[in-house]
Structures are given as structure tokens and as C-alpha cells.
Design a protein around this ligand. Structure first.
Ligand SMILES: Nc1ncnc2c1ncn2[C@@H]1O[C@H](COP(=O)(O)OP(=O)(O)OP(=O)(O)O)[C@@H](O)[C@H]1O
Length: 251
């Protein structure tokens, strides 16, 4: 795999708060990378820094060395958030929302964009895609809403997908289905997935690599299977010990 971006001594401060402290991390193109850490460890700050979306009062130092041009948020980077309802307009049917995103990135007629929207609804495995196209967000379950939010996030064919706690509002079975969907999509479309979570077991089920953060510092990074079986850091060991049973879906 080639490099997507290499972070060298990346630090982010919000005034007196050091949210990221001298992070060195290589992110490979086409991989599923899980960013793991407890609340406040700097996970979302890292995602915002990568997307170039840090708030104005944040100060960034260090280097982010992208392979080629840095990706542009909204076009080259898709986002999936914890609360799918927040990504969906409750007053527009989901087909119209998809068509809007598709047409803002590709010169397509309305009927071509509608066909592509229906294909995306089908791709995220919503039943009866043509009927679903004309339904409103409230007519779907939480897991289905997250599937639709994922369809919107990939509608512009981004090469990087950042999913920030995409399953923490969902029950365990639906969590696993959403993770499998995300992993399948990124592999099929050769996208890179950066998946932010505090749940090392869930991360272990799909990630190629993991990066564990604590208090803004990267404390351990490497292949997911290796970190799960032979963690080098006490904090990582404690995170793993707190999980009753770990399962990797790829065996
Ligand atoms: N806009 C901001 N202004 C000031 N401080 C901030 C801002 N955003 C984050 N912080 C602080 O930076 C630190 C890292 O926050 P961040 O949101 O990156 O952590 P996180 O690991 O994503 O947490 P969570 O899992 O709760 O989302 C925390 O101390 C947080 O309070």
C-alpha cells in the first residue's frame, strides 16, 4: 500500500489545551485505520486536522505530508458521524438529499442522478430502494438512517472516508452490520477509512491498523491483529482487558 499521508510531529492546541501532542503516524492509502482512545484523547481533533477543518482558534504545528494534493473536505473526504439524524434533512426525502450531493459533484441530468441515488440506496442495503428513495428520514430505523448517511458520505466518490463513532448510537447487532458495510465499501471502492472509536473490540473486527491515543499522545500504532494479541503499552493492555471477548470477523 502507498502512503496517503504521513504526519510528522503534528500538534494541535486550543488555547492552553494541548489536544494533540507531537503525533507521528503513517496512514496508508486503501487501509482501514482505527483511531482509538477514551473521551478527550484527541481523536476528533486528529480527524478535523486531516480534513483541514480545525476551528479558527486552534493552532496546528508539524507536517502533514500528503501523497499528491491534500484532499478537500466534502469532495475528496466523506464524513459519517455518530448521530445519523444530524446528517440528514428531516424535511427532504432521502432521494432528494442524495441527488443534491451527486449533482453538486458530477454533471449529471436529474434522471441520471436519480438512477445513481437509487443504486447507492441499494448499495447500502436498504430494502426496496426505489420506494425508499421517496421516504423521509423519520420513516427509517436508526441503523437504516446510518446506512443512508453512509450513502450520502460516499455519493461524491471520496477517496477518504472519516467515520467518527459511527455506531455508538446503535445496538450491538446493528453496529456490526454497519461496520461490515463500511469495511466492504472501502475495500470495493479502494477508499481509505479512518474509523474513530473508543471501542477496541469493534475496531479489531474490521481495522487493518490501529492507532491508540491517550491525552493527545499516540501511545501505540501498528497492525490491528498484532496490537490485539501483543499490545506493547499498559494502557492498550487495559483497554483490551476491559473487553469480555474479542472476535475478528475475518477469523
Ligand atoms: N473547539 C475546541 N475548543 C477548545 N477545546 C477543545 C475544542 N475541541 C476539543 N477541545 C479539547 O481538546 C481535547 C481533545 O478533544 P477531542 O474532541 O479531539 O477528543 P476526542 O478523543 O475526540 O473525544 P470524544 O471521544 O469525547 O469525542 C479535549 O480536552 C477537548 O476538551
Amino acid at each position: 500500500m502507498t502512503r496517503l499521508v504521513a504526519l510528522e510531529n503534528v500538534s494541535v492546541r486550543y488555547g492552553a489545551i494541548c489536544a494533540l501532542d507531537c503525533v507521528n503516524l503513517l496512514i496508508k492509502s486503501g487501509e482501514v485505520l482505527a483511531i482509538i482512545g477514551e473521551s478527550g484523547s484527541g481523536k476528533s481533533t486528529l480527524a478535523l486536522a486531516l480534513a483541514g477543518l480545525l476551528p479558527k482558534d486552534a493552532s496546528l504545528s508539524g507536517q502533514m505530508d500528503w501523497q499528491g494534493e491534500p484532499p478537500r473536505a466534502g469532495r475528496d473526504i466523506g464524513f459519517v458521524f455518530q448521530d445519523p439524524a444530524a446528517s440528514l434533512d428531516p424535511l427532504m426525502h432521502i432521494g432528494a438529499q442524495l441527488v443534491e450531493v451527486i449533482r453538486s459533484h458530477a454533471k449529471l441530468s436529474r434522471s441520471e442522478a436519480e438512477r445513481r441515488a437509487i443504486a447507492l440506496i441499494e448499495r447500502v442495503r436498504i430494502p426496496e430502494p426505489e420506494k425508499a428513495f421517496r421516504r423521509y428520514p423519520h420513516q427509517f430505523s436508526g441503523g437504516q438512517k446510518q446506512r443512508i448517511a453512509i450513502a450520502i458520505a460516499i455519493a461524491a466518490n471520496p477517496h477518504l472516508l472519516i467515520a467518527d463513532e459511527p455506531t455508538s448510537a446503535l445496538d450491538t447487532i446493528v453496529q456490526k452490520q454497519i461496520m461490515e458495510l463500511l469495511a466492504g465499501l472501502v475495500r470495493e471502492k479502494a477508499m481509505t477509512l479512518i474509523f474513530i472509536t473508543h471501542d477496541i473490540a469493534l475496531a479489531g473486527s474490521i481495522a487493518d491498523h490501529m492507532a491508540v491515543f491517550r491525552h493527545g499522545r499516540l501511545i501505540e500504532a501498528g497492525r490491528a491483529a498484532q496490537i490485539l494479541t501483543t499490545p506493547q503499552n499498559d494502557y492498550t493492555r487495559a483497554l483490551i482487558a476491559a473487553v469480555p471477548r474479542l472476535e475478528r470477523s475475518d477469523g
